[in-house]
Design a protein around this ligand. Structure first.
Ligand SMILES: N[C@@H](CCC(=O)N[C@@H](CS)C(=O)NCC(=O)O)C(=O)O
Length: 213
């Protein structure tokens, strides 16, 4: 049975899953969920994710939600397909997990808030809260200082090879690159190179092609 991803491809959390499937060269079906009409808060979607958020995911009889849990399932289950996205031994895996946690608990809340203020609100004709932008730019700068120091010593966050710890950042980094917040990434040379590297991956370009459809 085909892998199914439910959710709009413009959503960063959906893109996290789509990029992983592209890295793994897996076929999948993308099923749209109309968030404007609130379909993510109603049946049948709510049976797939009781929290009413995209994405939801199906692989045969397995149903999952939470994008980072889904990417880890894909990377483990399809380890022999496409590009390897996991570290290959327990200590390296633990370091990779550290940076996956950093992404989800430290980077993402701040970066997603900036994405909401600077990308989503203008798209929806809403007014950007400049004070919130300033406050979160300051917070993001401090987080990126830590990234800069990590990436001085290590090509990727999890180690010397690209892993899910890097991939999980790609969607929000992609959107922020089109905003004034890009200067925060560019001001830190190792962070700048890392962003260019993770966004230049063929799988990421293939995932972005879905935005055009
Ligand atoms: N932790 C969740 C977050 C998912 C999430 O925030 N999805 C957003 C779209 S990117 C959403 O569904 N927002 C609508 C809502 O929260 O009602 C994940 O990674 O899957």
């Amino acid at each position: 049975m085909a892998i199914k991803v439910h959710g709009p491809v413009m959503s960063p959390a959906v893109m996290r899953v789509v990029a992983t499937l592209k890295e793994k060269e897996l076929d999948f079906e993308l099923l749209s969920v109309n968030m404007q009409t609130g379909d993510h808060k109603k049946e049948p979607f709510i049976s797939l994710n009781p929290f009413g958020q995209v994405p939801a995911f199906e692989d045969g009889d397995l149903k999952l939600f939470e994008s980072r849990a889904i990417t880890q399932y894909i990377a483990h289950t399809y380890a022999d397909k496409g590009n390897q996205l996991l570290a290959n031994e327990p200590k390296k895996m633990a370091i990779m997990s550290v940076w996956m946690e950093v992404e989800s608990t430290k980077f993402d809340p701040i970066a997603s808030k900036l994405n909401f203020e600077l990308v989503v609100k203008p798209m929806l004709g809403m007014v950007t809260d400049d004070a919130a932008v300033t406050e979160n730019e300051e917070k993001l700068g401090k987080i990126l200082d830590v990234y800069e120091s990590r990436l001085k010593d290590s090509k990727y966050l999890g180690g010397e090879s690209f892993t899910l710890a890097d991939l999980h950042h790609a969607p929000v980094v992609h959107y922020l690159m089109g905003t004034k917040v890009k200067s925060l990434f560019d001001a830190r040379p190792h962070v700048k190179d890392w962003c260019a590297d993770i966004l230049a991956r063929p799988a990421w370009s293939k995932a972005l092609e879905l935005h055009k459809q």
